[in-house]
Structure formats: C-alpha cells, structure tokens
Design a protein around this ligand. Structure first.
Ligand SMILES: [Zn+2]
Length: 271
C-alpha cells in the first residue's frame, strides 16, 4: 500500500530572461570602474507537473499554464511567453496518456499558485476535487489580486477557482497520504511548498516546485529576480540539500531545462 508510480507531465515551454532565475546571468559583474551594458540573455524552461499513483488515490501536482495564456495574461505574456503550447500540452491530453480523465484525480496539489502552475486547475472546480495549497499561498495570491498587483498570480486562474474545494495547511509539513509529504519552504512565493514522495519500492523523489528554478541554484545558493524571501530561501535550500543526501533520493526541479534528459515523460514512469 502506498505510491505505485510517478509520472511527469509536459505542459510546454515558457521563456524568460535568465536574470529572473539566476543573478548575474551574463556571467560577469558590472562594476563602477568597468561599466558594461547588461546584455539580456533569454532561456527556455519546460513547464511540468506530476501524477502520483497511490493505492489511496491519484494525486496531481501542478496544472501548467492556461491554454489561452497569450490572451489571458496581458502584459505578463511579454515577460514570460509560453513559446510552446500545443494540444498535447493540455492537461486533459497529458492525463489521457495515462488512461486518466480529470474525474479520476483525487487531489490537486499546488506547489504555489503562479500562472504556470494553476493555469488548468479550472478543470477541477466543478468536480469538487480537493485543491491543496499552503494557507499562506492562497491568502497571498488572493490578497495581491485584490490589491490589483497582477504579476505571476493571474486573475484568470484565481477567479476560476473561487468557491473550489480548497484545503490548506499552515504548519511546516502535512502528510497528504502515506509516502506523500508536503513541506513549507516559502522563499520564492510566501507559501511555496515542496513535495517529498517515497515509492513502495523505497525510492525518494523531492519535487522542488519553483523554490528552485534551475539546478545551478544549488551550487550558487542564490536566485535571480524571482527571489521572494532570502531567509526562507537559504534555510530551505540547505534543508533540500540535506534531504538530498539520503540514499535513493532524487531531486525533480520542475523547470530544469535538462529535465527531459534526466527523466522520462508520461506515459513512462519514473524509476
Ligand atoms: Zn513556475
């Protein structure tokens, strides 16, 4: 009894200036003595999610971007365009690869509620599927929307989830099901969480959500303009590094540009 299989879902590609993810993206530091213009460097990152097949239900982690993002996101699209999104990247079609329909999902877990994670969750509102996030995340996302501070939290996503079957936790950790643990880290957004999954076979997978965007952050211990809270970031990063030392433990960094070289896409399971 426990986690049978894990599958990674492909929700297309988002592009953005590298400085969002890593400081000093051009590889040098601008100094007063040697003033060089900052050259914008852009990078492509995959937008991904996961299905956890558990003996007590099917868990979906993150839902990708809204299929009509270009229309729905307004000026934010210019900053973070979805440069690849086809029919195959729609959540329904990713689920179909596994023989699943939206009504087969028992729980939807949000690592956070940004536009590339909550964009297709509208599929679950009327089905009364439990929607799970950290309490700080739901509160901050709606608060910022009400203040009119539209950025990476998009009204199109949040409004469509109003009245959904929300469940939040406000402590450090929450065991969703045996072998599936949600942990508060913050750092990127006020309520960012990571998810630790232990399979029946005894393998551990740490899903870092956007707490870590690029693997280089692990070594540099710094994030670009998407850094939220430095105290939470350094504390959480050190915690992840410590957890990653455990035997048979793998990090799954949702937006790792090399993710598909490291792990297979659904319908192939993680091993
Ligand atoms: Zn993201």
């Amino acid at each position: 009894m426990g986690v049978k299989n894990i599958y990674l879902l492909d929700f297309g590609i988002l592009s953005g200036e590298l400085g969002w993810f890593l400081p000093d993206p051009a590889g040098y530091t601008e100094t007063i003595i040697e003033k060089r213009p900052r050259i914008p460097v852009w990078t492509d990152i995959p937008v991904t999610g996961a299905i956890i097949e558990h003996s007590d239900g099917v868990v979906l982690m993150d839902t990708g971007s809204h299929p009509e993002a270009k229309k729905a996101w307004g000026p934010v699209w210019e900053v973070f365009p979805m440069t690849k999104f086809t029919d195959e990247n729609r959540l329904e079609n990713q689920l179909k690869l596994l023989g699943l329909r939206p009504e087969d999902i028992s729980y939807v877990v949000f690592t956070h509620l940004h536009l590339d994670h909550a964009g297709q969750a509208y599929l679950f509102k009327d089905r009364r599927t439990p929607l799970i996030a950290h309490k700080k995340e739901l509160m901050w996302a709606t608060y910022l929307m009400y203040l009119g501070k539209v950025g990476a939290y998009q009204p199109v996503d949040l409004e469509s989830l109003k009245g959904g079957e929300w469940f939040t936790f406000d402590g450090e950790t929450f065991e969703l099901l045996p072998g599936i643990e949600l942990m508060f880290v913050g750092g990127h957004t006020p309520g960012s969480i990571i998810m630790k999954v232990t399979t029946e076979a005894g393998n551990n997978y740490l899903f870092t959500g956007d707490f870590i965007h690029l693997p280089e952050e692990l070594e540099r211990e710094s994030k670009g303009w998407l850094l939220g809270d430095i105290d939470e970031y350094i504390t959480g990063l050190r915690k992840i590094k410590l957890l990653a030392k455990r035997p048979r433990t793998n990090l799954v960094i949702s937006h790792d540009p090399k993710l598909w070289e490291k792990y297979p896409k659904a319908p192939k399971p993680l091993r």
